[in-house]
Design a protein around this ligand. Structure first.
Ligand code: SF4
Ligand code: SF4
Length: 57
């Protein structure tokens, strides 16, 4: 499961672009992962420039 440090995100949208199943929802002030769709590929964790996303169990 992907964890999100919500207060760190600058909503740049980079992670949305790499998600192969399009399960990251982003607005101007909030980011969310639809866990039911996420395939845990970790691409978003690797691409986020400021380490907002992390592997959460
Ligand atoms: S890449 Fe990181 S900083 Fe950018 S929107 Fe995604 S989680 Fe937020
Ligand atoms: S782990 Fe993969 S499938 Fe899940 S939100 Fe990140 S990029 Fe998308």
């Amino acid at each position: 499961m992907i964890g999100i440090k919500q207060d760190k995100c600058d909503f740049c949208g980079t992670c949305v672009g790499v998600c192969p199943v399009d399960c990251i929802e982003l607005s101007d002030s909030h980011i969310a992962v639809v866990h039911e769709i996420c395939i845990d590929c970790d691409m978003c964790i690797k691409i986020c420039p400021i380490e907002v996303l992390y592997k959460a169990e």
